[in-house]
Every structure is written in structure tokens, then in C-alpha cells.
Design a protein around this ligand. Structure first.
Ligand SMILES: [Mg+2]
Length: 239
């Protein structure tokens, strides 16, 4: 019987990818030194790939938090022949990008209706990131009141899929892992990681867009798969 439901934030409840892509396109359009028009879709994809690359390096301890920002800014602007004189210049560029990113913040449409449908269950967040960056998303988008505990890897000191962060969240709620479910968009980091810690792992394969290989891997790993958050309340009721 599940009594606690824990969620990933980015791209599970919060439409992170959409905000990143809209934000970087708006940022590029605002740069007066840019030498002409650009392919919006291609640049959004390139920025997303650089985020994945350098944020992964940060999570692995290879770069610090600001270092991954500066690396992303430098790599992204290099093809335009724009270089940054120092870290301060890269940070200023990144802060300007963040203003555009924040202006593009939205929740996935299925998030709040799903939370409302889970009435009676205790809810929490486990997110890989730093609190001062993640908490404002929850506050600005009105999510904070839904959650009893919000765990960030930055405060806790370990990142998903390390079992310790899932077990820490269960401890905060005072429940055993078997009484908790974890819901997230990343198969290995979220669903399989949670299942390895003893929680019910739920993978959000949003819109069924994942590769056939990932779908096979999910089936073989014993996690539950949903394609929209609307499927979560009936799934939990059946567990
Ligand atoms: Mg996510």
C-alpha cells in the first residue's frame, strides 16, 4: 500500500525542456553582437545537448555548479566567434539567459490535475540540483504547498540514482521504502534508481516518445511506465 508519492521536478512536473529551448532562443535574439539570423530549432537542440553534457559533468563532480554554467556558455557561443574574457563575462551571459529561461517557466498541463487527484496521499520532491535554483520554480509556479518535504541533491550531498537520497526522503516521511513511490522522466536516474532503493519506480515516458530500447529496458527492470501523469492516480490505486 503506497502512502507517500515522491516526484522528480524537471520535465516531470515542471516543463524544463520547453523553458530551456524557448529561453535560449529568446536570449540569442536579444544579443546585439550576433552576426545574423540563426536556426532556432538547431540552436535549441545544441543548447540542450550542452546542458546535458556539462550538467552531467557537474553531477559527476568534474565541474562545480558555476563551472558547468560557464562551460555551457563558452561552448555555445564559440561557433559565433564570441569568446568570454573571464568567468564573470560568461556568468553575466548566463544570468541574461536565465532571465529569458525564467520568463518561459510553465508546468506540464497534466501536473496539477494529477496532484489534486492524489488527495489523501503524502507528497514530496526529490530533485538533482541546488535548492536556490530549484525552490523558486516550485514557489513561482505554485507547487510548494502541495509537498510535505522537498529534497535537493545539493543540500543532501548525493544525487539520484544513489539509493541514499531515496532512503533519506523516506526517512523524512517516516515510512519504509515499500510504502513509497517515486515518479520521474528519467528511466535510470529516477524509476530504476528508486526501484533499486526499494520504492515503487514509476517512469514517465511522456507521450511515449522514448526509444524502443528504453521501453524494453523499462519492462525488463520491473518499473511501472506511464505516458501522461493522468495515468498515475489509477496506477497507484492498483498497487
Ligand atoms: Mg527530470
Amino acid at each position: 500500500m503506497i502512502s507517500v508519492v515522491l516526484f522528480d521536478l524537471d520535465d516531470t512536473l515542471f516543463a524544463h525542456r520547453r523553458a530551456v529551448e524557448d529561453g535560449v532562443v529568446a536570449h540569442l535574439k536579444s544579443l546585439t553582437e550576433l552576426p545574423g539570423p540563426f536556426d532556432e530549432g538547431a540552436e535549441a537542440t545544441r543548447w540542450t545537448a550542452l546542458e546535458e553534457k556539462h550538467y552531467t559533468r557537474y553531477l559527476g563532480g568534474e565541474l562545480d555548479y558555476l563551472g558547468q554554467r560557464h562551460a555551457r556558455a563558452r561552448d555555445f557561443m564559440e561557433p559565433y566567434g564570441i569568446t568570454f574574457a573571464d568567468n564573470l563575462a560568461a556568468e553575466t551571459w548566463f544570468e541574461d539567459y536565465l532571465a529569458h529561461y525564467r520568463a518561459a517557466w510553465t508546468l506540464h498541463d497534466d501536473a496539477v490535475p494529477m496532484l489534486a487527484a492524489l488527495r489523501g496521499l503524502r507528497l514530496g520532491i526529490i530533485t538533482n540540483g541546488v535548492t536556490h535554483f530549484q525552490q523558486p520554480k516550485l514557489d513561482v509556479l505554485g507547487l510548494t504547498p502541495w509537498f510535505e518535504h522537498i529534497v535537493t541533491s545539493g543540500d543532501f550531498g548525493a544525487v539520484k540514482p544513489d539509493p541514499s537520497i531515496f532512503l533519506h526522503a523516506c526517512d523524512l516521511f517516516g515510512v519504509s521504502p515499500a510504502s513509497a513511490a517515486y515518479v520521474g522522466d528519467r528511466l535510470n536516474t529516477d524509476a530504476i534508481g528508486a526501484a533499486a532503493a526499494g520504492l515503487a519506480g514509476v517512469w514517465v515516458n511522456r507521450g511515449g516518445a522514448a526509444s524502443a530500447e528504453e521501453v524494453r529496458s523499462a519492462a525488463a527492470s520491473g518499473v511501472h511506465t506511464i505516458t501522461t501523469l493522468a495515468e498515475l492516480p489509477p496506477l497507484l490505486a492498483a498497487l
